[in-house]
Write a protein that binds this ligand. Sequence first.
Ligand SMILES: [Zn+2]
Length: 270
Amino acid sequence: MPELPEVETTRRGVAPHAIGQRIVAMRVYDPRLRWPVPPDLPSLVTNRVIDRIDRRSKYLLFRIGSQTLIVHLGMTGSLRVHTVAPPRRPHDHVDIELASGVTLRYHDPRRFGAMLWTDCADEHPLLRGLGPEPLEPAFDAAYLYGATRKRSCAIKLALMDNHVVVGVGNIYANESLFRAGIRPTIAARRLSKPRLERLVVAVRETLTAAISKGGSTLRDYVDSDGNAGYFQLDYYVYGREGAPCRVCGTTIRTVRLGGRATSYCPKCQR
Ligand SMILES: [Zn+2]
């Protein structure tokens, strides 16, 4: 599933080919995504210019004047740049054709993604009420301390709650907690400010490392149908149940938290 680093990498891969470009056509081959693609979307975007592409949480925001095309990649979605559009494959659901001749093609086998239009992105139900971005200054120890004081749930669940901070999915929550030396099951409200400070730093480091790995795949966004943008770090704990800790050699343990596999080192994480 694309997590924040994959979405940010998609943004960086697509932006140079799309920004400043006029949309000459949008073709919706199958509107049945997580929410139906609005029937009037092609007429709304045609002949408009893409001013900017932002990212909020895992949403790509194509800024078109004061309005916004919201794109979400769901579980299996991808957005690719084609200088010459190849024949459509199964699961190619939407093409956005630009004046330069470039086609942005949305592919999504499971169709859990979204392509929506809004006059005011800040007030859109999917975006309103989201917590701060993990790489922005608003996400700091003082904020996280305040946000977790009344939360008796496990810190890992708090970290994965979009109201606390956006875009920290299962993989990056596991890895960040390892880097911070924090046991994922500990009650969020029991963590001191210094420990939360370490966690903030760890979240930033983990995501930044993944985004920089993604940078090496940027050219794969152009004229490629491959799985560009799905990159793996050398994980410390994620997916390493039963393996020795890379730091101390203790066997990595896995429990379920909120239905998700949660791996930690019993010695390094207290
Ligand atoms: Zn260890």
